[in-house]
Design a protein around this ligand. Structure first.
Ligand code: GLN
Length: 508
């Protein structure tokens, strides 16, 4: 085991600064480990040349005491739906298998500006449509905690399963994912790492290939809340290239928040609607124990109601498919992406491009989305879904801001992230994508409807030896409170993200 992997980003930076290790060596190890752990299928593509070049530049900055970025020399991985200049960006789909973007996503630009070393592009479900990372043209990602990685392995979760796997396996210190309905929090919970979905518009979507523009956000994976915050501080804030970013300048969050948290001033809500069908007894027990822990330490814990939660999954499905139908129209074989051999007419070019380039999941969502958007259906489905979306948002607003019926407002909601620990791959793929997502996203996607921040933190291992995570949500732009409570819980439960012996063995 390489000892530096146990370090936090801050500790790693101090080691770089005192010369006890260099970015070049750490990045070398990261690239090496990615190759040794290839069987996990975390990466679609590594970028060794670029990464080693960035690492050398970072070495140089440390050696010459030049101005350093906050993430100088820190290896980070990027989900393959973020554009990377001159490096293929495939969305794990045949449609974009030969797409090389001419520009960088803002997230990549900002990470590079902060000195981070981008080691490669991670695996995902095609166009981020999924909850398992089982639908990639490059094959599924495997959960690092599976006791049998050959035959009976568990899913990594998705759609950002490659990013979660890369961090959980200790290949890199953080990774970027995306989150439209849970794609960062779900794999974070299954892989035993921290996964943050920030407030909608806090981090630029420029260069993130869209799934559902009104819900997509870049997400952050790390092995601790404070590492997650270091990355957030480096990439958040307004961007002229994305008109949906929040205009107000981002005030960096102070890292000393944990010491200053007095739980007696914190009000925690337990939404009763999250006690749903399919919730495993182990997850329920974990949820209860953490709620008790908070209460025993002075927090005010109370049950709250978010009555429209159950409608959320249907509304999400309609809105998702409508936006997908519109977003996917850009793939016509003309400007970029897959181009078929037979194209005797324009119609044939379009039809063959799309028939060959998209998988069944994407095609089904386009068809259903267009059906919902037909003039005769538009009001019945799309408009109604938008109205219910507002009700779901108002549920959150009420518990966070405007109490009725003597209810108190709360600062943070505590819920499960997923209903169970990670399913076996063989069980999971026997279900349709629609059913997979309906089950997997139940707890996560209401936050995307409302645009509020949410985080999944690992709590403990299940009887099967797989991680169980819990989710915290807070009101828009209240990342600070969210992270403070998450950090408090993290310190109490002491989950060891790298306690995975199989991975140690494979790496050494
Ligand atoms: N599972 C959901 C979907 O397929 C969410 C995916 C995501 O967050 N990217 O739409």
């Amino acid at each position: 085991m390489k000892r530096h992997l146990q370090l936090s980003i801050k500790q790693l930076s101090s080691c770089y600064a005192d010369g006890s290790i260099s970015p070049r060596i750490v990045v070398d190890h990261s690239l090496d480990d990615a190759v040794k752990l290839k069987h996990l299928n975390a990466f679609i593509r590594l970028s060794p040349e670029k990464a080693l070049h960035q690492a050398k530049e970072s070495d140089h900055r440390y050696e010459n005491k030049e101005q350093l970025g906050k993430l100088d020399g820190v290896p980070i991985a990027i989900k393959d739906n973020f554009c990377t200049k001159d490096t293929p960006t495939t969305c794990a789909s045949r449609m974009l298998s030969n797409f090389v973007p001419p520009y960088n996503a803002t997230v990549c630009e900002r990470l590079t500006k902060a000195g981070a070393v981008l080691i490669g592009k991670t695996n995902m479900d095609q166009f981020a449509m999924g909850s398992g990372t089982v639908d990639s043209i490059f094959g599924p990602s495997k959960n690092v905690w599976s006791s049998d990685l050959m035959d009976k392995w568990h899913i990594a979760g998705g759609s950002s399963g490659g990013s979660a796997t890369a961090v959980a396996a200790g290949i890199c210190y953080a990774a970027i994912g995306s989150d439209t309905g849970g794609s960062t929090r779900n794999p974070a919970a299954y892989c035993g790492v921290v996964g943050l979905k920030p407030t909608y518009g806090l981090i630029s979507r420029h260069g993130l290939i869209p799934l559902v523009n009104s819900m997509d956000v870049p997400g952050i994976f790390a092995r601790s809340v404070s590492d997650c915050l270091d990355v957030l501080n480096a990439i958040a804030g307004p961007d002229d290239k994305d008109s949906t970013t929040i205009r107000k300048p981002f005030r960096k969050i102070n890292l000393k928040f944990y010491e200053e948290l007095d739980l007696r001033n914190v009000r925690i809500g337990i939404p009763m609607e999250y006690h749903c069908d399919g919730l495993s007894s182990e997850v329920l027990d974990t949820w209860r124990k953490v709620a008790d822990l908070l209460e025993d330490n002075g927090a005010h814990v109370q049950q709250v109601s978010l009555p429209n939660t159950a409608a959320s999954i249907f509304v999400y499905s309609i809105l998702n498919q409508c936006e997908v139908a519109s977003n996917m129209a850009r793939y016509d074989g003309i400007e970029y992406g897959h181009r078929p051999n037979i194209e005797s007419s324009t119609e044939e070019l379009y039809a063959n491009t799309r028939a060959e380039g998209f998988n069944t999941v994407v095609k089904t969502r386009i068809l259903t989305g267009n059906y919902f958007l037909l003039r005769k259906n538009y009001q019945k489905y799309f408009e109604k879904a938008l109205r219910v979306r507002r009700l779901i948002s108002e549920d959150f607003k009420r518990v966070f801001e405007t109490p009725i019926d003597n209810e108190n407002v709360v600062d943070v909601l505590l819920t499960p992230t997923t209903l169970t620990d990670a399913p076996l791959y063989s069980d999971f793929v026997s279900l349709s994508n629609r059913v997979q997502c309906a089950v997997q996203d139940f707890c996560t996607q209401p936050a995307n409807m409302a645009g509020i921040p949410a985080i999944s933190i690992p709590i403990r291992l299940s009887k099967r030896g797989l991680p169980i995570g819990l989710q915290l949500m807070s009101k828009t732009l209240n990342e600070e409170m969210l992270l403070r409570v998450a950090s408090w819980i993290e310190k109490q439960v002491e989950f060891d993200c790298l306690a995975n012996e199989q991975i140690y063995a494979a790496r050494s």
